[in-house]
Design a protein around this ligand. Structure first.
Ligand code: W6P
Length: 422
């Protein structure tokens, strides 16, 4: 069909990664003109990324590509692709106005800084039928701030931005159930294969797919947020330029201990010691950091409580140590929960390895909230590792069977890392 043809066409173009730094510099006090440029980038980039995912869903092995849950997910990607390519392009009149305003803004800057702006900046030209020559965003010279007064631009720039944000909100909402839908697919797949482990190809596919989803949602989330009035001083969209690690980790500690005490109905919840320079801060997405640390702590608490029983008077404390290096900030979470046998280490990273999968098959199970507290190695660990990798970090586990486990969460301080696009 025509649509299938267009998807195949877009999937032949490379995806363009954006670094944390670019997201921030693109979005600091954005004018309507800057927001429009960001919208143009997304209008080109998102269909390319979505098309890649459709092609990958289509090529899943073992008839996995025919499962109802997988087809439902594919439908969402196709629908969003279709909406984006049918969304109107920025009119020539608006383009000209933004370009004129941009050049003027840049000239003023040059006057101030004494250096010469890149004349190619701000010139994005392509026909409406063909996808973009990729990689234009990285070429933007962020030294030149082409901010202009909104009054210099036609009113419909703001209107265009608003309607594009509406389209993005709709798309983001449509894809909310993707993780649970695919999880369902994996459960069905395992039942069909009569196996408790998933094929390396499927594992690889899911890693790529969810990593891509993190990136797409990050870009969409940034665009939506940047079009709202700025709420907090250090924030650019969902990125905090001054994320204080100690406070985010302390919040995760409090939440994990609360959930744990609640779940096991404990009199005493294991202590969690935090060793962190109290003012250590870096540029990051606080919600991602919270998510990852919370996930690690839940695993450690669970291991400790299950080893010592829910009536123990005292548990060995869990220790969180944060180290500041030049490249990385590393968060180490150490528990004395008995450790993991070496032979089971691989399984920790598998999607839906444990019986935590059963609630998903229960029709009364609330799909919008599938983070069952302390459910174990369901999706928490593999997804946390993807969140870490998304901004150039990683997550590793080292375990001593018969003693305990150390989790190392490496977070890259070099915010120049481009998104990994798998
Ligand atoms: C365990 C198993 C585990 C997974 C992830 C993090 C910590 C721990 N501790 O026993």
């Amino acid at each position: 069909s025509e649509l299938a043809h267009r998807i195949a066409h877009f999937a032949r173009f490379p995806q363009t990664g954006v670094s944390l730094r670019q997201m921030v510099e693109f979005g600091r006090k954005p004018s309507q003109g800057t927001l429009l440029r960001a919208a143009q980038f997304l209008h080109d980039e998102l269909p390319i990324r979505l098309a890649h995912r459709v092609v990958e869903l289509d090529s899943l092995p073992d008839n996995l590509n025919q499962m109802p849950s997988v087809l439902r997910v594919k439908r969402m990607y196709i629908d969003s692709f279709n909406e984006l390519i049918n969304f109107p392009r920025v009119s020539e009149r608006i383009k000209e106005a933004v370009k004129a305003a941009t050049v003027q803004g840049m000239t003023e800057r040059r006057h101030l800084s004494g250096s010469s702006p890149n004349p190619a900046v701000g010139d994005i030209q392509r026909g409406s039928s063909s996808p973009p020559p990729s990689h234009w965003i990285p070429r933007i010279q962020h030294r030149y701030h082409y901010e202009v007064q909104p009054a210099e631009l036609p009113i419909d720039v703001a209107e265009y931005n608003r309607s594009f944000v509406k389209a993005l909100e709709r798309i983001k909402r449509r894809h909310d159930p993707v993780v649970t839908a695919l999880a369902q697919g994996v459960v069905e797949y395992k039942q069909q294969q009569k196996s408790d482990t998933i094929d390396a190809r499927v594992q690889h596919f899911l890693d790529r797919f969810y990593l891509s989803r993190i990136g797409i949602r990050m870009l969409i989330g940034q665009q939506i947020e940047l079009n709202q009035p700025q709420k907090l001083p250090d924030y650019v969209g969902v990125i905090c330029t001054h994320t204080t690690i100690a406070s985010v980790v302390q919040e995760a500690i409090d939440n994990a201990r609360f959930i744990c005490g609640d779940y096991y109905m404990l009199m005493n919840v294991p202590e969690i010691e935090l060793h962190c320079p109290h003012d250590l801060a870096f540029m990051y997405v606080p919600s991602h950091l919270h998510h990852m640390v919370f996930e690690l702590l839940k695993n450690s608490l669970r291991a400790v409580v299950e080893l010592y029983g829910d009536e123990a008077e005292r548990y060995p404390p869990i220790k969180v140590v944060i180290a500041e290096g030049n490249e990385d900030i590393t968060v180490k979470v150490s528990d004395e929960g008995g450790g993991i046998p070496r032979s089971a280490m691989e399984q920790v990273w598998q999607y839906m390895y444990t019986t935590a999968q059963t609630p998903m098959l229960d029709p009364s199970f609330d799909k919008s909230d599938f983070k069952a507290p302390l459910a174990g190695f369901g999706y928490g660990l593999p997804l946390s590792r993807l969140y870490a990798r998304y901004f150039g970090g990683d997550l590793k586990l080292i375990s001593m069977e018969g003693y305990g486990t150390d989790a190392y969460l490496h977070l890259s301080r070099l915010s120049n890392n481009e998104e990994p696009l798998a």
